[in-house]
Ligand binder design. Structure first.
Ligand code: IPM
Ligand code: MG
Length: 357
């Protein structure tokens, strides 16, 4: 039987609840499709700070590096906002991305027909949306040096550096060109080249690479316009390529086209080694531990992990179908609730998903 080593990182807030649902479904999918997943669970984020003082213990990173794929739920809690940056949960996540060299973050946005009326946008605007945000994940202003806070001239100043090298732009742009080639052949690169030098290099490199991808229709868009176009006419987009900070913002915006950020999975990949699969949503501390969370983004992450990380395509499709079926049958978590539907908690939704599988 095929075996895969999976590291589960439940993390903070609603993380443990949605991880439990994903694990249940993954075990069942393995049984149905002839493979076994060997799970190891490790702390990251706030729970790791509480246990060991570090948001990414060395043992967690080592376990991830030795695995076939990593499934992370969420990190973060307002409890830690007062700590210095290197001791905050978010730093654990950023160190994990850097430690696994996951420079390519793929965030697919598709509209499930059953949810078309839960979006805050009109159905006619979002119908048929199927796009992919390709976000650079280990560079840009998130990691650029120098950064810090200083006292200067009787004032206080803080600064970060938005920086990309040619090599960094080229490798993420190639991922986006390849994806566009496999999809509808359209790529839109998003930058702020009218103001930022770093964006001008970005644009120059994307243009230079376009010569190798004559079959891909390339366009460029400034980030402010892209933010507007995403809600004005999202169907114009197929693959959106952008840097770390712009991608962070635009992917949350794109997520809301689907009605709930609770539906969106993501994959973070390097050029080798295990991928990291995590929902776009956060740890939702306000509803943690109350059986209110929507586990579907996490289940869709598990599906992405099966397809991209483990090449278990049939099992991946089976998980995605179970989400579609449960929604079509009218089951909803609170974030998606609308008239005439049946509201379920996180565990109840897990049971329905399992039955649908
Ligand atoms: C995301 C999150 C993270 C990010 C935070 C939690 C550090 O917002 O994955 O989009 O900014 O990358
Ligand atoms: Mg974000």
């Amino acid at each position: 039987m095929r075996q895969h080593r999976i590291v589960l990182l439940p993390g903070d807030g609603i993380g443990p609840e949605i991880t439990a649902v994903a694990k249940l479904l993954l075990d069942a999918a393995g049984e149905q499709h002839g493979f076994k997943l060997n799970f190891e669970q490790h702390p990251i984020g706030g729970v790791a700070i509480d246990a060991s003082g570090s948001p990414l213990p060395a043992s967690t990173l080592e376990a991830c590096q030795a695995s076939d794929a990593v499934l992370l739920a969420a990190i973060g809690s307002p409890r830690f906002d007062v700590l210095p940056r290197e001791q905050r949960p978010e730093t654990g996540l950023l160190s994990l991305r850097a430690g696994l060299k996951l420079f390519a973050n793929l965030r697919p946005v598709t509209i499930l027909p059953a949810l078309i009326d839960t979006s805050s946008l009109k159905a006619q605007v979002i119908k048929g949306v199927d796009l992919m945000v390709v976000r650079e994940l280990t560079g840009g202003i998130y990691f650029g040096q120098p950064r810090g806070r200083i006292e200067a001239d009787g004032d206080e100043r803080a600064f970060n550096t938005m920086t990309y090298s040619r090599t960094e732009v080229d490798r993420i742009a190639k991922v986006a060109f390849e994806l566009a080639r496999d999809r509808s052949g359209k790529l839109c690169s998003v930058d702020k080249a009218n103001v930022l030098d770093v964006s001008q290099l970005w644009r120059d490199r994307v243009d230079a690479l376009a010569a190798d991808y004559g079959d891909v229709e390339l366009s460029h868009m400034y980030v402010d316009n892209a933010a507007m176009q995403l809600v004005r006419n999202p169907r114009q987009f197929d693959v959106l390529l952008t840097g770390n900070l712009f991608g962070d913002i635009l992917s949350d915006e794109a997520a809301m086209l689907t009605g709930s950020i609770g539906m969106l999975p993501s994959a973070s990949l390097g050029s080798e080694g295990p991928g990291l699969f995590e929902p776009v949503h956060g740890s939702a501390p306000d509803i943690a531990g109350q059986d209110l969370a929507n586990p579907m983004a996490m289940v869709l992450c598990a599906a992405m992990m099966l397809r991209i990380g483990l090449k278990e395509n049939d099992a991946a499709t089976a998980l995605e179908r179970s989400v579609e079926r449960v929604l079509a049958a009218g089951f909803r978590t609170g974030d998606l609730m609308s008239e005439g539907c049946t509201q379920l908690g996180c565990a109840g939704m897990g049971e329905q998903l399992l039955q649908a599988l």
